[in-house]
Structures are given as C-alpha cells and as structure tokens.
Design a protein around this ligand. Structure first.
Ligand SMILES: Nc1ncnc2c1ncn2[C@@H]1O[C@H](COP(=O)(O)OP(=O)(O)OP(=O)(O)O)[C@@H](O)[C@H]1O
Length: 608
C-alpha cells in the first residue's frame, strides 16, 4: 500500500513527537525563525535606504539600524541553536524509533516474511529508508518544516508582489512549474527503477558482511579470496554507480534549469522595476524593497519546489519503510486453541498428507508426507543431502505452514495454535549454529540477565557436556563469547558452540525437541557421551534427531529414511537392516569405511 505524502507526514511526525515531546515546540519555533530571517534580510536594506532618503538623523539611523541588527542576530542565534538540536534529535528518532522498530519486526515477523527472495528485497528497501539522514524517514523530517516555511514565505512575498505587478508573479510561477515537472520526471524514474538498483545494494551488503566476517576471514586467507571478492565488489559497485548516475542525472536536470531560469527571472523582473522607478511610479525605498522581495519570492518559490520534490522523494522511502512494517503476518496470532499442558506430555505428532513448496520454487520439497509419531518417541531422521530433512524441521518448528495437508500436534493442527504459543512447545538446535557475542548464560537462556535461572543453566551445561569447560573459565557462565562486545570474551570451538546450542534447547525444556545434526562438530567421545545421555536429555519429550552418522540412529526408537521429501523407509535399526534397502546400503558404506580405517580388517569392536 502506498500512502499519500500527507498521510506519511502525519505518520512520521506522530511517531517523532511521541518519541520526543520537546520537538512539538522546538520545530515550530525554528520554522518561525526561518521565516523571519529572510524577511529581515529583505527589509533591512530597504529600511536603510528609506532612512537615508527621508534624511533621518544619525541618532535615528543608528537606533533603528542597531535595533533591527540586534533582532536579526537573536533570530540567527535561535535558528542555529534549534537547527543543531533538532538535527540531532531527528537522527536519534530515526535510530531509536524507526531502526529499532524495524529490527524488532525482523526478529518477530513470521518466517515466510523473512527468508524468501522477494521479502529480502522488501527488507533491503526498508533498511535503505533509514540508513542515512538523507533518505526516507529522516529526509522527510528535514524537508517537512522547510516546505512549510517556504510556503508561508511564498504567500507573504507573493501578496506583496501582486500588489505591485501581477505579471512578474505569473512569470515566476511558470518557471517554478517547469522546474517541478522536471523534478517529477526524475522521481518517477527513480521509483520505477528502484528494484533495479536495490538488488545491487543487497549484494554489496552481503559481500561486505562476508568479507568482514571473522569466520570467512580464515577461508579468505587460505583460498586467497580477496581478488575474487574485490573483482565481484568492483563489478557490483560499477553497476550500482551506473544506476546512481542515471538517477542523479535526472535529479540534476531540475537544478540546472533552476539556474538558467534564475538568470532569465533577474533580467525580466529587474528591467520592469527599473522602468517603474524611472517613470517615477515607485519610490527608491519601494524599488530597494522590491528588488529584495522579488529575489526572495523566487527563492521561496524554488525552495518550495525543491522541498516538495525532496518530500516526494522521501515519501517513497517512508512508503518502503511502511510496506515492511505493515506486511501481513501469515500465521495465526490470535484466537489460538489451548496449547497442551504438562499433563498432556509427551506429545504426539502427525503429518497428514503434508506437501510443502518454498515460495517461488518450482517443485515441492516435501510431497504427500504421512507420518505418525507417538508421544515420547525418539525418532532419527536420515537421508541424502537435499532430501528435505531440514525443511521438515522448519515445518514442525512452525517456521512455515505446509502448502497442503496438516501437521497435528497433540491432535490439533499447528495452524490452530497461536504461533507464539506454539513456539513454546519447541526446543530446537538448527544446523547452522550462530552464537551471540553475549555471555554463555545469556546464550543458553536466550533472555535478559534478570530472568536467568542459573541453577538450570548449570544443569543444562552439564547435560550438554560443557560444564567442565565453563567451570574452568574465570567468569564461568558469565564469560562473554567473542570479543565483539567484551574485551575479555573467549572463543569457543565448533563442537563447544554446538554443545552450547544443545544446552539452550535443553534449558527451554520444551516437550518437543529437534536436533538437526547436533553432533556434526563433536569429537567421538563427546558424541558417544551425548548418545549415552540421550534418554536423559529427552525424558518425557518427543524427539527428532537428524544425523548423517548412522551410528547415532541406533539409540532411537524409530528411524525414518528420507528421500525426495518422502519417507522411503521406516522402522528400527534392525528392521531397516533386514529390509536391506537404502538405509542398510548407506549403513554398510559407513561401517565399511570405519572397519577399513582400523587396520584394513574387519574389527567388530570399532564397527558401527
Ligand atoms: N529457503 C529455501 N528456498 C527454496 N528452496 C530451499 C530452501 N531451503 C532449502 N531449499 C531446497 O529444499 C531442498 C531440501 O533442502 P533441506 O535443507 O531440507 O535438505 P536436507 O535433507 O536437510 O539436506 P542436508 O542433509 O544437506 O542438510 C533442497 O533442494 C534445497 O535446495
């Protein structure tokens, strides 16, 4: 939905005035000084000429001129002071009111509003609208008072000139209209091609983040990636700059025409005034006053046109901001049915004819899946890369709704639950582990300090096999991870990070626990410890364990072999081995590899 300029002004200022109530007085005061200062600049020379032509005494001259000069100085000081204060507050409002809200939205909105490509573009456009003070939101805060100041100046000076000669007014207005048409052309072009250049912003941003990330820093060095990155950067920036030139060139046209028209205006208006004064139609005082008034009028006029054009440009950014802020949620956020209580645990899960296709994808990733998981089952999910295991995790976690069919949890479709309530039922360790630069405790509890239960933190760290490591640290659970936010922060190994994520899932103590390759970075001893503890970790819970290491599946009550978004084989380890299908084949390949590693001969002790 695109809002009109007026509606967006009301929207921005409602939020800005709410953010800082003082601005309600400071902005009108600054506007008043902005109107009075040019008026003073026009009137002061005329007063001086008037005093001289009226043969005023030196004392009178000094008194009047001294008075207006002091008044002018006060106004200038007031304007400068308010400008500085308002400018600073505008930036604060942009950051705290708009940027923070957008971050919150990004973390809270339904997942299908974040991951797909078209949503990524919307996000980038919204981010662009508050990324600097010369775009979107803050540009509107800068341009709105300017526009109204110029309109008031325009009306005042226009009325004065009309009383003298209305032809001058008509000429000046025609010039401004021409300017406005050129500016509209530039804006329309900008709006039409926004997506053409925003896609480069997104790519440049992605490359920048990756080129500065510590993790990629290792690969960058070993694989000498800087030339590759640099070249891609260069190409992208070249394309972005080409677009920049195309857009800015069009904005440049009105400013160029502005200067030419200014020149024509001076010739026409001043020759008219000179002929009037020569014909004694006006006095020298009026002549001096109107030289200033005409210059002032066209300045008000041009500034109004520029401010309006800037406002329209800013308005596009505000619309981009609002487009993401008001994006509709796709999940159920109200009127949810009652979520299961502890007395209902362990929870059953059932996939009924579930199909799922990613937005914009050409085919289903999950197709017609039917699967019933009894409460308290320990399910292992295995299969080839790309079979759809993580997608299944996303569906069960409530990050996407199925495109077709239903997922029932405790007999009710996920869609029937309020999604935020539903999330309380899920503890998950995702495949892509990203720790935060906060303390270990905050990473595990995922909440503010005051809400952390330290005894539970310790229990979960113990279960996840990280307690010894944490106890060896000076600040224990309060140790920061990485030095991004604290100079005493430490780095964790990949396996330790994985254990910390496991501790987070355990801390949540949700009735459904999903572990997507939680052992991929663990050493064999840590891995076997985890298997031994698995029953304890998942007590009273329904659990889903995804792994490529088939040895890990033996301790699960049921194994699902996933292939092309479907369950191809289903049973216990023994049943699947007896079936002699894909699972058995994969198991054989892995165990053969392990057997060969130990001296090339079969060694039952080390076999999987
Ligand atoms: N966000 C997405 N948008 C479009 N397609 C996707 C998205 N995520 C995954 N896919 C596609 O869905 C298919 C299944 O991916 P998924 O990550 O579920 O597989 P997986 O079984 O977990 O694989 P792996 O064992 O490698 O982790 C893949 O072909 C992948 O390209």
């Amino acid at each position: 939905m695109k809002y009109s300029l007026f509606k967006n002004m009301v929207y921005v200022y409602r939020r800005v005035f709410n953010f800082n109530k003082k601005l309600r007085f400071q902005i009108p005061l600054e506007m008043l000084s902005e109107i009075l200062i040019p008026i003073m600049a026009t009137v002061i020379p005329a007063i001086a000429v008037g005093l001289i032509t009226d043969k005023a005494s030196i004392q009178e001259f000094l008194l009047v001129m001294g008075g207006v000069t002091v008044l002018n100085a006060i106004l200038l000081y007031l304007k400068q002071y308010l400008f500085t204060v308002i400018d600073m507050e505008n930036t604060l409002a942009r950051i705290q009111e708009f940027f923070f809200e957008n971050s919150k939205k990004l973390m809270k909105t339904d997942y299908p509003n974040v991951e797909p490509q078209d949503k990524q573009i919307l996000i980038q456009k919204a981010i662009n609208s508050f990324s600097t003070n010369w775009v979107g939101i803050e540009f509107m805060m800068k341009s709105t008072p300017k526009f109204f100041v110029n309109i008031v100046g325009l009306i005042t000076y226009g009325a004065m000139i009309s009383s003298l000669n209305y032809i001058i007014i008509i000429i000046l207005i025609l010039m401004a209209v021409l300017n406005f048409i050129l500016a509209s052309y530039a804006r329309n072009y900008d709006e039409k091609h926004k997506e053409d250049y925003v896609k480069y912003d997104r790519k440049i941003d992605y490359l920048y983040k990756n080129s500065t990330s510590l993790i990629n820093g290792k690969d960058a060095r070993i694989y000498k990636m800087e030339t590759w990155f640099y070249n891609v950067f260069q190409q992208l920036i070249k394309k972005r700059v080409t677009w920049n030139k195309r857009v800015e060139y069009r904005y440049f046209l009105p400013s160029l025409s502005d200067n030419i028209l200014l020149f024509i205006r001076d010739i026409v208006a001043y020759s008219m005034l000179i002929s009037m004064v020569l014909d004694k139609e006006i006095s020298v005082f009026t002549f001096t006053l109107f030289v200033g008034v005409i210059a002032g009028f066209s300045s008000w006029l041009n500034e109004s046109v520029t401010a309006y054009s800037n406002l329209k440009r800013a308005n596009m950014g505000v619309n981009d901001y609002r487009a993401y802020e008001e994006i509709s949620e796709v999940f159920n956020h109200a009127n949810g049915c009652e979520v299961p209580k502890p007395s209902d645990f362990p929870l059953t899960i059932e996939f009924k004819d579930v199909s799922f296709r990613y937005p914009g994808a050409e085919r289903d990733t999950i197709s017609n899946l039917n699967l019933k998981i009894n409460g308290g089952s320990k399910i292992a999910l295995v299969g080839n890369n790309g079979a759809g295991k993580t997608t299944l995790v996303k569906l069960l976690s409530g990050l996407y709704y199925p495109t077709e069919g239903k997922i029932l949890v405790n007999g009710k479709s996920i869609k029937d639950y309020d999604i935020e309530e539903y999330y309380k039922l899920i503890g998950v360790v995702f495949q892509d582990v990203e720790v935060l630069a906060f303390t270990i405790a905050k990473n595990v509890a995922a909440c503010e300090e005051s809400m952390i239960d330290y005894s539970r933190i310790n229990k979960c760290l113990e279960l996840a096999g990280l307690k010894d490591k944490v106890d060896s640290l000076k600040d224990k659970e309060k140790t920061y991870i990485t030095q991004s936010l604290n100079k005493d922060g430490i780095l964790l190994s990949g396996g330790q990070m994985q254990r910390m994520m496991l501790a987070r899932a355990l801390y949540k103590n949700a009735p459904i626990i999903i572990l997507d390759e939680p052992t991929s970075a663990l050493d064999p001893i840590a891995e076997s410890e985890l298997y031994e503890k698995y029953n304890e970790l998942t007590e009273d819970k329904t659990s889903l364990f995804i792994s490529h290491r088939l040895a890990s599946t033996k301790f699960c009550t049921r194994i699902l072999f996933f292939e092309n978004g479907k369950v191809a084989e289903d049973g216990t380890h023994e049943e699947l081995m007896n079936m002699n299908g894909k699972y058995a084949q994969m198991f054989e390949i892995q165990s053969h590899y392990y057997k060969e590693e130990v001296g090339g001969e079969e060694n039952e002790e080390f076999a999987l």
